[in-house]
Design a protein around this ligand. Structure first.
Ligand SMILES: *[C@@H]1O[C@H](CO)[C@@H](O)[C@H](O)[C@H]1NC(C)=O
Ligand SMILES: *[C@@H]1O[C@H](CO)[C@@H](O)[C@H](O)[C@H]1NC(C)=O
Ligand SMILES: *[C@@H]1O[C@H](CO)[C@@H](O)[C@H](O)[C@H]1NC(C)=O
Ligand SMILES: *[C@@H]1O[C@H](CO)[C@@H](O)[C@H](O)[C@H]1NC(C)=O
Ligand SMILES: *[C@@H]1O[C@H](CO)[C@@H](O)[C@H](O)[C@H]1NC(C)=O
Ligand SMILES: *[C@@H]1O[C@H](CO)[C@@H](O)[C@H](O)[C@H]1NC(C)=O
Ligand SMILES: *[C@@H]1O[C@H](CO)[C@@H](O)[C@H](O)[C@H]1NC(C)=O
Length: 441
């Protein structure tokens, strides 16, 4: 029935392969095996029993829960290498920067709170429905993002829908992109409820229509953005390594690209998973594939190559869409990782100097900024940087934690925390405030 596994936390799995220094791999080789084993145990014992204790049978849409492959043999965390997040290097395009930098600022108290609740929005995915799931504190709902040196109005659903009459919009990426589209749906539903007009077999890609505005909103499941063969069963257990084709884009989104006036696209964490790389019809190496006679080439090359092709496709496409490229989203596991008891129970935002971006996120975001600016510099286009990494890093309080489940038992030993996705309502709503502001600047 319902596939209530931990699998939608899976982007975290590979989080640990933050770099590919040979000595680290050697040092960790033994513990990798142990952690791999622990994960199998955790998964098979805990999540299979989870699947039999679904409290409220979720609505049909809950089947949309992404089944990410579980067994990707994550290695343990690196010896906590981290870099300070350079706040002043957060850059918008030169044109936007003339006005102000929307991505540098602070979270300030907002007594008005969110624009919707679990009652007024019915499309919140169970795992992110923190209110319904019994999260006791609500302080995390009363903050707004305040860019330094400019105003950021709250999202106006009426203004947005009026601007979007006869237009079409797509979110392309992984489960964080779905988290983002649900935030937008919830905000817009205050003015007009959307009709779901399409979903794929796994409920991962969907299309909604807003009939009285003739506005079409899509979410397209393309976690790598490039062609990938992912072998997993209904429980998200992968039976074989992911095969990634570094020189071929995922046609799930490219086939439809010409239909979209606006696109929000993002990549990132899936590239950290174990995968075998192909280029030019040749097997060229792999990432984290212990025990295979293949060259470890690290994920960086693969991610860079994927983004280059994404931008190249958009630059050379005859169809011109307004494209928001979103940077990587940080997680906030503390005192452990997703698989080793890590949790995120803070209840207030960080101040800028209280937190550092993780090593792996700094690598991912570095690749993103470089490739974005290369494209931006070399061609006139409608590419915009939605650089939400830094402002999201300041919100350790915005994740479901144990409240990804309906009323988790207090002090239960084996509660799986989600410190990656965002509660709805929650800090991710501000991403939409920024998107609308960027459209009107
Ligand atoms: C960032 O810029 C502000 C002024 O715009 C300055 O006061 C601050 O010291 C800078 N911070 C860093 C880390 O450079
Ligand atoms: C919304 O959350 C509250 C708890 O905050 C709960 O009592 C209520 O049943 C939830 N409603 C829905 C429709 O999920
Ligand atoms: C709705 O918008 C599409 C473009 O996205 C346009 O082709 C179509 O004519 C519009 N329909 C109506 C009824 O205006
Ligand atoms: C791709 O492979 C073919 C032979 O299989 C070779 O002739 C060609 O140069 C390769 N292209 C690139 C870009 O590596
Ligand atoms: C690994 O691959 C190399 C070159 O493809 C081959 O020479 C070697 O015998 C292989 N080793 C094993 C253990 O299969
Ligand atoms: C978070 O959990 C830890 C460990 O259970 C506890 O020591 C700490 O007080 C908690 N913090 C908050 C803000 O609840
Ligand atoms: C792009 O241009 C900006 C200034 O407009 C410059 O700072 C940056 O280094 C350039 N990046 C690349 C990759 O060329």
């Amino acid at each position: 029935m319902v596939k209530e596994t931990k699998s939608d936390l899976n982007p975290l799995f590979a989080q640990k392969h933050s770099h590919h220094h040979v000595h680290v791999f050697l040092k960790l080789a033994v513990s990798c095996l142990l952690v791999g084993l622990a994960i199998r145990l955790l998964f098979f014992t805990d999540s299979f029993s989870l699947s039999s204790v679904v409290h409220n049978p979720p609505p049909l849409a809950a089947n949309a829960i992404v089944q990410l492959p579980i067994l990707s043999f994550p290695s343990p965390p690196p010896p906590s290498p981290s870099l300070h997040f350079p706040p002043n290097q957060t850059q918008t395009s030169p044109r936007d920067a003339e006005k102000c930098d929307l991505f540098v600022g602070d979270w300030v108290p907002d007594p008005n709170g969110p624009m919707y609740t679990n009652e007024s929005c019915r499309v919140i995915e169970d795992h992110q429905n923190c209110m319904r799931n019994g999260r006791p504190d609500s302080g995390y709902l009363y903050w707004r993002w305040n860019p330094r040196g400019c105003q950021l109005p709250k999202f106006s659903p009426k203004k947005f829908l009026d601007m979007m009459r006869d237009k079409s919009w797509a979110f392309i990426g992984d489960s964080i992109s779905r988290n983002h589209v649900q935030s937008l749906l919830c905000i817009l539903s205050q003015v007009e409820a959307a009709d779901e007009v399409y979903h794929d077999e796994e409920y991962r890609s969907k299309i909604w229509k807003f009939p009285s505005h003739n506005f079409t909103l899509s979410v397209i499941w393309a976690p790598f953005l490039i062609k990938a063969d992912i072998f997993e069963d209904m429980n998200g257990v992968s039976s074989s390594e992911i095969q990634l084709y570094l020189d071929t884009l995922d046609d799930k989104w490219t086939n439809q690209y010409k239909n979209f006036d606006y696109v929000v696209i993002a990549g990132g964490k899936w590239f950290l998973k174990t995968a075998i790389y192909h280029e030019n019809n040749t097997l060229t190496g792999c990432h984290n594939c212990h025990g295979k006679n293949l060259t470890e080439v690290g994920f960086e090359h693969a991610y860079r190559k994927a983004l280059q092709q994404v931008f190249d496709f958009m630059t050379h496409s005859e169809h011109k869409a307004v494209v928001f490229f979103r940077t990587t989203t940080p997680d906030h596991f503390e005192n452990g990782e997703w698989f080793s008891g890590g949790y995120c129970n803070r209840t207030v935002p960080f101040k800028e100097d209280q937190v550092e971006v993780s090593y792996v996120d700094s690598i991912i975001r570095g690749i993103e900024l470089e490739e974005f600016h290369k494209t931006k510099n070399s061609s006139a286009n409608n590419l915009k940087l939605l650089d939400t990494t830094g402002l999201s890093l300041l919100r350790p309080d915005g994740h479901p934690g144990p409240y990804r489940q309906f009323h988790p038992k207090p002090n239960a030993k084996k509660v799986q925390n989600d410190c990656l996705h965002w509660c709805l309502p929650g800090p991710i709503d501000s991403w939409n405030d920024i998107v609308l502001q960027m459209l009107t600047m």
